[in-house]
Design a binder for this molecule. Structure first.
Ligand code: FES
Length: 957
């Protein structure tokens, strides 16, 4: 307390600086960071991504030099010239660099964009025509989790060497769909304008902080918050004694959620390092942090369950021994969920096989590492309704969950989702909204909680680690006869997404190949480790790693080309996928019918792009310590959850012939708003600028399940198309009266109603004015959409690697991804989705892993120690969009958001085998693993030498 009082009385100082050309003078504390001061003063283009100088989102130019403003005291900026992203743009237009970022598709969520642009601006000031290597080097200080860096690098090169504007993007039959229109939020994000949850000033805001458990498994015996409460500036301290005890799941899934209700707002038991113990709200972040330190907790330590392989052993503590949790399969033995399904008879299948392979695979915990951490701001509006402004993929589910947990009616809660700085599944989870709301209800004040990067690593979610036993049986000619996968997965301390993620591991992976006999068994166990949840790919990256490695080995053992073996067994158009119907999260019992399938073409075009035939046969340079190899893997995913996901849209016509489109879809940065606006514009026959899209506010938008399961294009897009068709009909009916022509001879194109016989066209604006001022009618329509199937997108990924046999380092040289996602509504955005997914998969394959010590505590909770790929790590990427026409999708579209993350890891592992003859069955494949394996291979060879000599000698005798 003394320390805080000292802090509060700490001397203030005046600084003067020129910021974006303007003279400013501020009063600061000597310890204030430049980042904090800039954001406090409304320069929201300066982002907070890590606070350790590792991510570059807070980059500003100080005297023209890029600086991480989180690593500089504001006092050090005294007298200096500062440029933030707000100063890069001209008042009336974007800077050419910003324009290049918009046009090249370099912006997805846009959270990293201001930092990248400023770094690039400094580079171009010094080197007006930099090489690609220089650009990559420069951007390597700016982490991006969305783009795979290909397009940002292109943007900088384009800005340096402007090219004449490219002609229309493709020869599509449509006017808007299939074209690379400007992203609807592109200019806003490129300019660093206020867009994200925390880009807002709220008077009287309190800062919330959550005390995380230092222990993996313990009971709270006593908790004393008196000192924390007495600290000046503290408004509220909450423990389990102060809040309603309502079992729930944090998984943002449709009601009734398939995940167990095993979580509490605050509890008297902690189940992982970082689990919630208490929460405070205070006048400043520093005071809130000090208050956390003053909370005295006495724990009764319980033995932690850290190893998923022993979680079910007799005598092991039950992690969920509370009586009120529901939906847990077997709490006594730490089994959150279990899945068992067999089609045909695998035992018979293996007996009938000529080659049976069986291996174990292991995968690690990967974190989403989106650049914008979880952040939530809550307040009470003048009607005393709870407003939650939050970075979420699931606004409507969050509204329902918070209402349930805090026991208030849904109608008293409003959720607003501004732009999001990435989600990837990590924000399909209600992590802060409930506790932040509880603090607001307790204090009647606005409260913000924002995870630091360290807290993000400790408290947020991760990909499920799995141990997979895979068994496959083939005939001599390569026909797959039986396919069996047995999975043990750790869900961590809570069962969020436990059965559904692992259900996907079976239902999306095994049916990729036609086998008469398939079996999937899975146990998902609780452990006292970080909680797993939804993550792009949703259980598939683990499953495909195992399956695709096995198929590669089968090809080698059968003496077949891996492409040919796959071609022989792959699912194809007209097939029905029975397993998905039985294991899928959605409506059970309806087999999935494959109505569109471009996997053959993906294989063909991918193989050509990587020069498969040539490189598979290329001899190694035996004198070099570098070995090259190529490998491939295939994958499929889904498009929404069949029979569960649904969405609605509302479209109204404005008097100037433009339209308002309201949707509940949650654009996570992938471009959903743009794609939905394109679908509306195409259907209504207007240009994209005539569509004003508003999304993500539960008060004004119609219902939508949110952004997950690759559902937005097909489900929300379907709703938008249906709605637009209804509006179009009304426009044409009115036009028919005005033009004295039958409505069925009219259509809309280029913002006009046009007649089949060549009669003069009429601007839609005229019809709109007529409707509003003469007919006195508002043309407004809504429609809902859901489908009972989940059309799979497909992909084939080819990798070329170079392995350094002296260091074990694996360098990926080239990744080719050929994807069938139906018709790409926006090809450039679709490519960006693929590139971003591939970058995340590259990290998953080679270096990303949350490491825990023997107490279950993460030991690498920073971007310094938990590496995600940077611009320098990215190999050459080739993305091929193979077009098929999916009858269930709007304009033939399927999903693109997830499938490309599934296959790079096995493709890389298979390429490594091709290069050095060693199979890796654990992810990530680290340099030390490669080196160890090479040494073991060498040792084995040495050991065999005397035996071989002996055998040769015996033979010659
Ligand atoms: Fe770079 Fe999202 S666009 S982090």
């Amino acid at each position: 307390m003394k320390k805080v009082q000292q802090k509060k009385q700490a001397p203030r100082m005046e600084i003067s600086l020129r910021i974006n050309g303007e003279a400013r003078a501020w009063t600061i504390a000597p310890g204030d960071l430049l980042l904090d001061v800039l954001r406090r003063e409304g320069y929201y283009g300066v982002k907070r991504g890590c606070e350790t100088g590792d991510c570059g989102t807070c980059t500003v130019l100080v005297g023209g030099k890029p600086i991480n403003s989180c690593m500089m005291f504001a006092a050090q900026a005294n007298g200096r010239q500062i440029t933030t992203i707000e100063g890069l743009a001209r008042p009336d237009a974007l800077h050419p660099l910003q324009q290049a970022f918009v046009e090249s598709g370099a912006i997805q969520c846009g959270f990293c964009t201001p930092g990248m642009e400023l770094n690039a601006a400094a580079l171009l000031a010094k080197h007006p025509h930099p090489s690609e290597a220089q650009v990559r080097e420069t951007l390597s200080g700016n982490l991006c989790r969305c783009t795979g860096y290909i397009k940002p690098v292109e943007a900088v090169l384009d800005a340096a060497n402007p090219k004449p504007a490219a002609a229309a993007s493709c020869s599509h039959e449509h006017d808007v769909v299939g074209h690379n229109v400007q992203k609807v939020d592109g200019a806003k994000l490129a300019g660093g304008r206020s867009a994200f949850t925390d880009d807002i000033h709220i008077r009287g805001l309190l800062y919330g902080k959550v005390l995380g458990s230092p222990h993996a498994h313990a009971r709270i015996k006593r908790i004393d918050v008196s000192k924390a409460k007495a600290l000046p500036g503290v408004h509220c301290v909450l423990t389990y004694k102060d809040v309603p005890r309502v079992p729930h799941t944090t998984a943002g899934q449709a009601w009734p959620e398939p995940s167990p209700y095993d979580t509490y707002l605050l509890d008297s038991k902690v189940r992982f390092v970082g689990d919630r113990v208490a929460a405070v709200a205070a006048e400043s972040r520093e005071i809130a942090e000090e208050a956390l330190r003053l909370i005295k907790v006495e724990y009764e330590l319980l033995s932690p369950v850290l190893d998923m392989e022993h979680a079910q052993d007799a005598g092991v503590s039950a992690i969920h021994d509370e009586p009120d949790s529901t939906g847990i399969h077997d709490a006594k033995h730490n089994v959150a969920a279990t899945i068992h399904k067999e089609l045909g008879n695998v035992a018979d299948g293996f007996r009938a096989s000529d080659l049976v392979l069986e291996h174990e695979f292991r995968t690690a915990r990967q974190q989403h590492a989106m650049l914008e951490p979880h952040v939530t701001i809550t307040w009470l509006d003048p009607d005393n309704r709870l407003v939650i402004r939050t970075s979420t993929q699931v606004p409507f589910h969050t509204r329902r969950q918070v209402a349930m947990i805090l026991q208030i009616p849904v109608q008293r809660v409003r959720v607003i989702k501004p732009r999001m700085g990435g989600g990837f599944g990590g924000k399909q989870e209600m992590l802060l909204e409930d506790i932040c709301s509880a603090l607001t209800l307790a204090t009647r004040r606005p409260v913000k909680i924002e995870y630091t990067r360290r807290e993000e690593f400790f408290m947020a979610r991760c990909r499920h680690p799995q141990i997979l036993q895979m068994k496959m049986g083939f005939k001599k000619d390569g026909t797959l006869v039986a396919n069996e996968m047995t999975v043990l997965a750790s869900t961590g301390a809570y069962g969020s997404h436990s059965s559904t993620v692992q259900g996907n591991t079976g239902s999306k992976v095994l049916p990729l190949y036609r086998a008469p006999n398939m079996k999937f068994d899975c146990d998902i166990v609780y452990t006292n480790t970080p909680v797993a949840g939804a993550f792009r790919g949703y259980g598939c990256p683990q499953g495909f790693f195992a399956q695709e490695s096995m198929v590669d080995e089968a090809a080698q053992r059968l003496g077949m080309d891996p492409v040919e073996l796959r071609r022989k067994n792959l699912i194809r158009k007209g097939d029905t996928d029975e397993l998905s119907a039985q294991l899928g999260e959605g409506r059970k019992g309806l087999p999935r019918l494959i109505r569109s399938c471009g996997i053959e073409e993906c294989l063909e075009r991918g193989a050509a792009a990587i020069e498969w035939e040539k490189k598979r046969k290329a001899p190694q340079d035996k004198k070099s310590h570098l070995r090259r190899g190529v490998g491939l893997a295939c994958a499929m995913q889904g498009s929404g959850i069949a029979g569960v996901d649904w969405a609605a849209a509302v479209i109204k016509l404005n008097e100037d012939g433009s339209f308002y489109l309201q949707t509940g879809a949650a654009d996570v940065g992938a471009g959903a708003d743009t794609v939905l606006a394109q679908i509306a514009a195409e259907t209504l026959g207007v240009s994209i600028d005539k569509i004003n899209i508003r999304s993500g506010d539960t008060d004004s938008a119609p219902f939508d399940v949110g952004a997950y399961a690759s559902s937005t294009t097909i489900i929300s897009g379907g709703a938008v198309k249906k709605t637009a068709e209804k509006v179009l009909l009304r426009v044409l009916e009115l036009a028919a009266q005005l033009m004295h022509l039958p409505a069925d001879q009219l259509s809309c194109r280029n913002n006009h109603v046009v007649a089949a016989g060549g009669a003069p066209a009429m601007p839609i604006a005229d019809i709109a004015r007529h409707a509003i001022y003469r007919e006195k009618v508002q043309i407004i329509e809504s429609a809902s959409h859901f489908i009972t199937d989940s059309p799979p997108p497909f992909c084939a990924t080819f990798a070329e690697v170079e392995v350094d046999t002296e260091t074990g380092k694996v360098r990926v040289l080239h990744l080719v991804t050929a994807v069938d996602a139906g018709v790409a509504i926006h090809p450039r955005l679709a490519q960006g989705q693929v590139e971003g997914a591939v970058a995340q998969a590259l990290g998953y394959a080679l270096f990303e892993e949350m490491l825990l010590d023997q107490h279950g505590r993460m030991i690498n909770p920073s971007f310094l120690d938990y590496k995600i790929p940077s611009a320098k790590d990215m190999p050459k990427l080739t993305t091929i969009l193979v077009e098929t026409n999916e009858p269930l999708g709007p304009y033939g579209a399927k999903s693109i958001g997830e499938v490309a993350i599934d296959a790079p890891a096995p493709a890389i592992a298979n390429a490594i085998f091709h290069a050095i003859g060693v199979r890796f069955r654990r992810l990530p494949i680290r340099s030390e693993d490669v080196l160890r394996a090479l040494q073991e291979k060498k040792d084995k060879k040495e050991e065999q030498k005397p035996a071989v000599r002996h055998a040769l000698a015996a033979a010659s005798d």
